[in-house]
Design a protein around this ligand. Structure first.
Ligand code: NAG
Ligand code: NAG
Ligand code: NAG
Ligand code: NAG
Length: 602
């Protein structure tokens, strides 16, 4: 494999000028950073443009030491050639040019990346993922280029291309999915950035498919295994921990997919939907859902614990599940029974036509969300076999009421723009407020009725990097530690200012499902526990979440609260923040969100 550097020479004359400028101010730092893979050939040009310099005037240095070996420097002395590249070649290369007219220094910082070569074996006719990732530190401004063999550029950005799909456009993960690989798809694939940085190389081997076995549920039609120890002390924490881990994983996917918008989702609703599906999933589909939900494989009590959790949350969060199915499907009896037992959902037949079904489903959603969400689907295709729904409705009142200020507040966005918002205010709110060192954030906890709390997490400064820092640190462990800290800290009187927000967000659940490693559901799921006659395919996934901060009944009296004393600390969320709605009873997150612009609608 050859790393062609001729492209660099042209493309980087600008950088060369930058190098010259840097040289003038004696601030020599890395000018060109290249990532290369072991086994490749690297040719570094010393000069970026034609110059009257003799080869004798050039010295190459590696990590500060002169490079003596003549083999390493090609004959004319203008290029440094390394072939094959090994991890020992990683470091700083410097080319010094010194004669009467010129004095020049050119630097390369070479990183040898060992983990980017993959050999992948695939069976003819199956789908295969070709992995590629941008370094986590870089910004993603354009998608990676995928090239087969030396020169055949693959079209990854055409949505109508059924063969190749770039799973997460403009994401750090530039993995592509090749569908139904044929023998001629075998070969070497390269993934590189627009700046021609090599990101991964994949040797794809395609093997002839064995004669396919017909879809059969013969071994998988048994019902979900009983939970033998319903009073187990460990089962409840297992589900709590899995749910929090799952929630924070979803948050990390979503914050990356929507870096500049408000964000809101209900992990508990997504988790309950997946676990309901799990009830009917068997074999590999079951394993991938368990992995996605972060629950251990063969945790038989998962449904029983879900039911317990739903009951535990019911004082503040009402959860409902529902299944609609095509009357021509024969749902398994045991699935119907267990669905009622664990999810309180009696499968309901779909009606004759799309309009009736759309109306039926939207009105179920409206009813179960107490009219907070009245619309989910636009139409129901006649091909629809099965639809799983979950709705949650949360209502919690501030333990101490807030006032709605008459005067609007100024919410300062990340770019410095000011948005005028209605403001909820209290001059002496009894709240817990801490600086959480691990998150580099100021966190306030507001107790709500129904044994739950709203946490507002304010990054240290109103800067994008600070917000990103906090978000990246919000792992399940860090969040649990934060909750623990906030629970033990004593409340104090705080002057509180919150924007009156109404979030209504509909993240792309299809992308989320793929991120969760559930792409295979779109290609055919083993739902033998639910229905044993034919394979079904996931067609669409949706999620919508809505959240409103109001003064909850306190309509007046805000004028006085303008004249406050500065003698106690204040907590003002009039700039971007992250919110976490937590059930203290169930010890799991209910809603997670981010507010960038309080007036943004969808
Ligand atoms: C070269 O890259 C390494 C690893 O990324 C980094 O630690 C080092 O500071 C870089 N050197 C320069 C001069 O940029
Ligand atoms: C079902 O199980 C039997 C024995 O456990 C095995 O021989 C058979 O191949 C299995 N059938 C399928 C379709 O997996
Ligand atoms: C559903 O089950 C019934 C009775 O078990 C059977 O007669 C019918 O053919 C099945 N329907 C389908 C679509 O397989
Ligand atoms: C939901 O439906 C039930 C049963 O039909 C009804 O009693 C209840 O009032 C409805 N709730 C809302 C918010 O519409």
């Amino acid at each position: 494999m050859n790393l062609d550097t001729s492209g660099y020479s042209r493309g980087m004359s600008l950088l060369a000028i930058l190098c010259l400028l840097l040289q003038l101010i004696f601030e020599l730092s890395s000018c060109t950073h290249l990532r290369v893979i072991p086994g490749s050939t690297l040719e570094l040009p010393c000069l970026m443009f034609q110059q009257e310099v003799s080869g004798d005037a050039i010295t190459w240095k590696f990590n500060g030491k002169d490079i003596k070996e003549p083999v390493r420097v090609s004959k004319d002395g203008f290029h440094l050639k390394i072939s094959p590249v090994t991890p020992a070649n990683q470091g700083e290369y410097m080319c010094l040019v010194k004669d009467e007219n010129t004095e020049l220094i050119n630097m390369y910082n070479i990183t040898v990346v060992a983990s980017v070569g993959y050999t992948i074996k695939a069976i003819q006719g199956k789908n295969v993922h070709l992995p590629c990732h941008f370094p986590s530190t870089s910004q993603v401004n354009s998608n990676a280029l995928w090239i087969k063999e030396a020169n055949e550029a693959l079209n990854t950005e055409d949505e109508n291309n059924k063969k190749i799909e770039l799973l997460y456009p403009l994401d750090h993960d530039q993995t592509i999915l090749l569908r139904e690989v044929a023998l001629e798809d075998a070969g070497v694939y390269h993934c590189e950035s627009a700046e021609k940085e090599k990101l991964s190389t994949i040797y794809l081997i395609v093997e002839v498919a064995p004669t396919p076995e017909p879809h059969s549920c013969s071994n998988f039609t048994t019902p979900w295994e009983p939970c033998l120890d319903e009073n187990s002390r460990t089962a409840e924490p297992i589900l709590q921990e899995s749910t929090t881990e799952f929630s924070m994983k979803l948050f990390s996917y979503l914050r990356e997919s929507y870096p500049f918008n408000n964000l809101l989702f209900s992990p508990i609703s997504i988790s309950a939907t997946l676990s309901h599906l799990l009830l009917g999933a068997r074999d590999n589909t079951r394993k991938s859902i368990e992995r996605a939900m972060c629950v251990p494989h063969n945790f038989h009590c998962v449904h029983f614990q879900m039911k317990k959790l739903r009951e535990k949350l019911s004082s503040s969060l009402q959860m409902a599940s529902q299944i609609y199915f095509n009357p021509l499907m024969n749902l398994s009896e045991s699935f119907i029974d267990q669905s009622i037992q664990f999810y309180d959902a009696e499968p309901t037949r779909l009606l004759e036509n799309s309009e009736e079904n759309t109306a039926m489903i939207n009105s179920w959603v409206a009813n179960k969300t107490k009219n907070k969400i009245t619309h989910l689907v636009d139409s129901i295709s006649s091909n629809t076999q099965l639809m799983l729904l979950n709705a949650v409705s949360f209502s919690g009142q501030w333990k101490v009421k807030l006032d709605l200020k008459q005067k609007k507040g100024q919410f300062v966005k990340l770019n410095g723009d000011i948005v005028r918002v209605s403001v909820l205010y209290h001059s002496k709110y009894l709240a817990t407020m801490e600086h959480v060192v691990e998150l580099k954030a100021q966190v306030a906890r507001f107790a709500l009725s129904g044994d739950s709390s709203l946490y507002i997490i304010l990054p240290r400064h109103n800067k994008l990097e600070d917000l990103r820092y906090v978000e990246q640190r919000m792992t399940d462990t860090a969040v649990r530690q934060m909750i623990q800290l906030m629970k033990t800290a004593s409340p104090q009187h705080v002057e509180v200012t919150l924007p009156q927000i109404k979030l209504d967000v509909q993240p792309d659940m299809n992308v989320l499902m793929k991120k969760l490693g559930l792409s295979s559901l779109y290609e055919g799921a083993n739902l033998c526990g639910l229905y044993s006659e034919d394979k079904v395919f996931l067609d669409d996934a949706r999620h919508r979440a809505l959240l409103e901060l109001t003064e909850k009944g306190v309509e007046a009296g805000s004028v006085t609260s303008l004249t406050f004393s500065r003698s106690f600390p204040s907590f003002s969320a009039l700039r971007p923040f992250i919110l976490l709605l937590w059930s203290d009873q169930g010890n799991v997150p209910l809603f997670i969100g981010r507010v960038i612009d309080p007036l943004e609608r969808k």
